[in-house]
Design a protein around this ligand. Structure first.
Ligand SMILES: Cc1ncc(COP(=O)(O)O)c(C=O)c1O
Length: 377
């Protein structure tokens, strides 16, 4: 065994791949996890290592509700929460519970490319709805609803992956109205909601669950550590009941019960809150660096909006450009990006590319973007 810890898509030594949307090693808090684990084991009872109750450990849901309530600026009820193994598991689970093979689902155009694969796993027919800087185009969505009856609409409302934008408060309200009128669910992937660095985003869709049409997915991957494999669904009582009636949950009990103990202690000790403050400070600095170096290197080639949160810059090139064709050249110059077509449900958006500032510090971001400029010469 080599002893080297790695991950899928890890870049070769010396390469600065700005396509990687994962936290850098210095932002993965081993000390925090050790303190929270010590606190848990200091008082652990054997039954805490048994199966957990179906929606999630009551004490964890209390702590999580308090934490989210503070972060969202609106009280959150523990009874609206259901523990998951992170947003990916939640997407798979929601597809199982709320759709049937052959159903249509709407996604934003662009959207998180790995969600497409999850929907394909379930035999779902994916239809893209265009977006602009204020989020999904509600007028186009409304027109598409005359042709399709989607099981759900998958959206990333805040600090979109890859778009970086936030859906406006007005569009969030209109989307909920439309879902009630047309009887489709909203699956809101709110993994970046708490990662705001400048202005705060509009209220989470998790705060709009009264009508039993919204399932808000959250995760500790972006605000603590992906390895925890822990997240939640915030929803209304009717939809939550359906999640609880699932065979997988009935057989296995609370999903990732063990991680939920550790994270409960992290929240109760205030470690989680302090960590997110640190993340905001670090990421806001990286956004400024990326913005500055992009302005130096890319103003004549592309346009973009500086994101106020999340992980991503989304660059638009001339319409006839296909950024995917530059990937090999980027590898040769030891840099990298994600091509726009990856994020399109029907392989459009070739004239865009996504850069992430999550995986590298300021100096590497500067160097990576400078190399990237040479790729497009
Ligand atoms: C929009 C979105 N959803 C889900 C995920 C994956 O979340 P998790 O680690 O909680 O499964 C990511 C990670 O990149 C993401 O950007």
């Amino acid at each position: 065994m080599s002893g080297i810890v790695t991950f899928d898509g890890a870049p070769p030594p010396g390469t600065i791949n700005l396509g990687i949307g994962q936290p850098s090693a210095d932002l993965l808090p081993t000390d925090l996890i050790r303190q929270a684990s010590d606190s848990f084991f200091g008082t652990a009872q054997p039954l805490e290592l048994n199966y957990g109750v179906l929606p999630g450990d009551e004490r964890f849901l209390e702590s999580l509700a308090g934490y989210l309530g503070e972060g969202y600026g609106t009280p959150v009820s523990p009874a609206s929460l259901f523990v998951t193994g992170g947003s990916s598991q939640a997407l798979d689970f929601v597809s199982t519970v709320f759709s049937t093979c052959g159903d249509t689902v709407f996604v934003e155009e662009p959207s998180y490319f790995l969600a497409f694969q999850i929907f394909q796993d379930h035999g779902l027919n994916v239809v893209g709805v265009p977006t602009d800087v204020d989020g999904v185009r509600i007028d186009v969505l409304e027109a598409l609803l005359t042709e399709h009856a989607p099981a759900f609409f998958y959206t990333i409302p805040s600090y979109h992956n890859p778009g970086g934008h936030c859906m406006s408060a007005e569009r969030r309200g209109r989307l909920v109205e439309l879902s009630l009128r047309h009887g489709f669910l909203i699956v809101a992937d709110e993994v970046y909601q708490l990662l705001h660095y400048f202005d705060e985003p509009p209220p989470a869709l998790g705060t709009m669950t009264e009508g039993d049409t919204v399932l808000s997915l959250g995760s500790f991957s972006k605000i603590l550590a992906p390895a925890m494999r822990l997240g939640w669904i915030q929803t209304g009582p009717g939809l939550r009941k359906r999640l609880l009636e699932n065979g997988f949950v009935n057989s296995g009990g609370s999903i990732n019960h063990y991680s939920s103990h550790i994270v409960r202690h992290a929240i109760d000790l205030g470690l989680q809150q302090a960590h997110v403050k640190d993340l905001r400070r670090t990421y806001s600095g990286r956004v400024e660096v990326m913005q500055e170096i992009l302005e130096q290197e890319f103003l004549d080639l592309a346009t973009w909006h500086r994101p106020d949160g999340g992980y991503f810059f989304w660059l638009r090139f001339d319409d006839d450009m296909d950024t995917a064709t530059y990937r090999e050249r980027a590898e040769e110059l030891r840099t990298g990006f994600q091509p726009g077509s990856l994020f399109s449900s029907d392989r459009r958006l070739g004239n865009f590319l996504r850069l992430s500032f999550a995986h590298y510090g300021g100096d590497e971001i500067r160097e990576g973007v400078t190399r990237l400029r040479r790729v497009f010469e």
